[in-house]
Design a protein around this ligand. Sequence first.
Ligand code: ATP
Length: 272
Amino acid sequence: MTSAQDGAPLGSPLTGDAAGPAVRAQNGTPLLEVRDLTVHHGQLRALDHVSLRVFPGEVYAIIGANGAGKSTLLRTISGLHRATEGSVVFDGRDLTGVRPERRATQGIVMVPEGRRLFGSLTVEENLKVGATYARPGQWTIERVYELFGWMRDRRRQPTAQLSGGEQQAVAIGRALVANPRVLLFDELSLGLAPVVVQRIYAMLPQILATGLTVLLVEQDVSQALRVASHIQCLLEGRTTLEGLPADVTPEQVEAAYFGLASAPAGEQGSEA
Ligand code: ATP
């Protein structure tokens, strides 16, 4: 949730072009590919033949209303849910059936919805947790302190005492110190004031500049359209729209999001 401290600086945002949408490099091999994925929670079909391809260096955004299946998709990519059908391929390797820790060591790391920090542990202790399965790489706790300038001074403070925006920054730092190749962001903006959300998203260019790829889930469609190189809309577990942000109209996004009679999109959905 937001608090008075949400107004505090979260980092050093880049300005100008660097803060705009990421560019999609579609040539070459996708870093992450989801093929025809179906996932059930008991009897409920939460994902129904969903496919996507995320290329290196891009920001791929999944949008959709409550219950669309967005978190289920990210959690299945992380290995936390089992696929009923379909596969998750990462860097050319089929990861279906591979345990979550192994996926983390191969470079798939998630910032979960609601942060899931250890509230009684300090900022630094939470960051150390993130480093448990770390790959070698340039992201260290020191580097995270450089990204979020305020964090070093607060490193001995329990994270429960931080504002929602500061906790989100710690959750991002915890993911970064694992040195991911692809970062999965689940609802970064949830429960945060718009100004805090903007500051958090302003970190993206600096994160991408270190060679990372981002797959994010976002209910705030405007925010997703601002930062994404590619968007995909889910509704009741199915893809209803997919394309470059510049190629989809607000009417198409609205129709896809709410399941209204839809106008044809730049690229139609990939449901089977
Ligand atoms: P939200 O933004 O509300 O988190 P979402 O798009 O992320 O929505 P999911 O959380 O993936 O959607 O949920 C998809 C569907 O699966 C919903 O109907 C939800 O109630 C159901 N669901 C999700 N997790 C479970 C679970 N662990 N057990 C049973 N049903 C679940």
